[in-house]
Design a protein around this ligand. Structure first.
Ligand code: SF4
Length: 407
């Protein structure tokens, strides 16, 4: 909600359903003041055979001001099952860490883990044939054509409240960050012409400011260059911002991004067992992007097991040197089931004294954090240097905080 984010995933699911001859309607409860009444009204009017709910995140993933979302979603599932007599499918990016546990926690009928637009119609067929299966693994194919349905979302409301439209070029991530539930997930690229058509459709309804919804834009340098070249040819008057990783980039890419309206990159960085090359890539990334006029904010996760304060100081110095716009630091590591860092920490009893909210509950659905550099220590490390910002201390995202620098 700070800012509100349009549920792009539902637009793809609705598109996939409608293309296969089904009827589908999106109920967006983002601004609802009485969600149960709105659900009842929508079900009365549309009379669906089945419902689906997207879980974008289990929680806000930050220790400070953490918000856990599943209890409210569980109430909605209960309401739909008990009051409306309908079955519920759960999907969304938040489900990929532990689909079985989330299915049980929410008491939903089915769950689709992973991208569902390529699988939803198959899942419905299975449900129709009374499958015993409750857990499905979503998949896609590169170039899969999905007509995204943007008419189900009231974009004006999002724009009024500081939200911006989103688009995506691919699913998945081939990187292997030890703390991330998206690590090593299968990558599916969209047809560039389809992505550009989506942007044009959103421009037609009044959007001109976009956030790329890819976990990180630069999964493939070749694809990124082709995408930016195609976007440049369209000469659309937009501005956009993206998450990127310190990999698969060159100066040409940043030039093209700038020419197509990119003004801000959030660079994802962590300090877990990195070699010197990683730090020089970050430096190169920052200097190259900044030389084109694109601003870069760094999101930094640090304070991994056995990392010493002195090492962290050195890493901060490495990142600070090329002067990014800001460095958002987080030393509270949210543990999710099956990530490498969770396995390492849970199996090392010496580290358990640094766990917060841990109760031997192995599914890690409710927030559990690892922390050995607390806020006081972190404040001392950053020495009140204004370039640093402690993640989660206030609500908001980089493009809101840094929007005044947008060109
Ligand atoms: S690069 Fe980003 S999305 Fe990919 S594994 Fe790392 S943190 Fe996750």
């Amino acid at each position: 909600m700070f800012p509100p984010v349009p549920p792009i995933g539902l637009e793809y699911i609705a598109g996939a359903l409608i293309s296969a001859g089904n009827k589908a309607e999106i109920l967006d409860l983002c601004f609802s003041e009485n969600i149960f009444k709105e659900i009842d009204n929508a079900i009365d009017l549309f009379k669906p055979d089945i419902t689906g709910i997207t879980v974008r995140n289990i929680d806000s993933a930050l220790f400070l001001n953490n918000e856990f979302f599943l209890n409210e979603i569980r109430d909605i599932v209960k309401h739909i099952k008990e009051n409306c007599g309908l079955k519920v499918i759960i999907g969304g990016a938040g489900t990929i860490s532990c689909p079985k546990d989330i299915l049980e926690y929410l008491d939903s009928d089915f769950i689709i883990s992973g991208p569902a637009e390529g699988s939803i119609n198959y899942v419905l067929e299975q449900i129709n044939s009374n499958t015993n299966n409750k857990i499905f693994y979503g998949t896609c194919t590169s170039g899969l054509k999905i007509n995204r349905i943007i008419s189900g979302i009231n974009y004006n409301k999002y724009l009024e409240k500081g939200g911006i439209a989103g688009f995506e070029t691919h699913k998945g991530c081939s990187s292997s960050c030890c703390y991330c539930i998206e690590a090593n997930t299968k990558v599916f690229f969209k047809e560039i012409s389809d992505v550009i058509n989506e942007i044009k459709e959103l421009i037609n309804i009044g959007c001109s400011h976009f956030h790329l919804c890819d976990s990180e834009f630069n999964e493939s340098l070749e694809y990124c260059l082709d995408f930016c070249n195609a976007l440049k040819q369209e000469n659309l008057n937009i501005k956009w911002t993206a998450y990127m990783k310190p990999d698969n980039f060159n100066k040409k890419l940043f030039q093209l991004m700038k020419e197509t309206g990119a003004y801000l990159i959030t660079l994802t960085v962590d300090t877990y067992k990195k070699c010197d090359m990683y730090w020089s890539d970050i430096e190169r990334f920052l200097f190259s992007a900044k030389s084109t006029g694109i601003k870069v904010a760094v999101d930094l996760l640090t304070g991994f097991p056995y990392e010493k304060e002195q090492e962290i100081k050195q890493h901060l110095e490495n990142i600070r040197r090329p002067l990014p716009e800001s460095i958002n630091i987080n030393t509270y590591i949210r543990l999710y089931k099956n990530t490498r860092i969770s396995k390492q920490i849970i199996s090392d009893k010496n580290l358990h004294k640094y766990l917060i909210y841990y109760s031997n509950d192995e599914n890690l659905i409710k927030p559990v954090f690892y922390n050995h550099i607390n806020l006081e220590q972190l404040s001392q490390i950053v020495e009140f240097d204004p370039i640093f910002r402690i993640d989660g201390a206030d609500k908001g995202v980089n493009y809101n905080r840094l929007e005044n620098i947008a060109t």
